[in-house]
Design a protein. Structure first.
Length: 161
């Protein structure tokens, strides 16, 4: 059985009007989505979509709002590097979402001192509050840690478009 729907317009102006209204709605959706991509200016960022908050020789690290949005619903966070000294750029854990698994990369060198245990029961905190309750690890920053690859909020926004 074939079904066919036919829409008849009285003139081409109605077709163009509907077309441009649809484009307008799509543009508003894209603008709203971009506005929702939160990048706090007090944080630094990586090209791998992690954020880092440095306070003295301690850093708190998580994934960005952009990253959680791209991953979708996060269902599991795996970090087995607590008490390990890791070099900047190395993998310190992974995040499992409904549609994929993604490695987590350490922004700068140091010793992982703490894992956010709230994520064991509530991994969705990475989706709902990536810069607050959804932090992933705390790091004791190595004395020789290289900060040169870290991005400002403006640089990170330019990276993600």
């Amino acid at each position: 059985m074939n079904a066919r729907i036919e829409i008849v317009f009285s003139d081409d102006q109605n077709l163009f009007k509907i077309f441009f209204e649809c484009i307008s709605i799509l543009n508003k959706f894209v603008i709203i989505k971009k506005l929702k991509m939160n990048t706090p200016s007090e944080l630094k960022y990586t090209k791998d979509h992690e954020w880092i908050k440095i306070e003295g020789n301690t850093a708190t690290i998580g994934i960005t709002d952009f990253a959680q949005g791209e991953l979708g619903d996060i269902v599991y966070v795996d970090v087995d590097t607590v008490d390990d000294e890791i070099s900047g750029g190395d993998v310190f854990g992974s995040v499992e979402a409904v549609k994929t698994v993604s490695d987590l990369f350490l922004p700068i060198s140091g010793k992982v001192t703490e894992f956010n245990s709230a994520l064991e029961d509530q991994p969705e905190l990475l989706n709902s509050d990536p810069y607050g309750e959804g932090w992933i690890i705390k790091l004791e920053i190595a004395e020789d840690a290289d900060h040169s690859e870290l991005l400002s909020a403006e640089e990170y926004q330019a990276l993600i478009g």
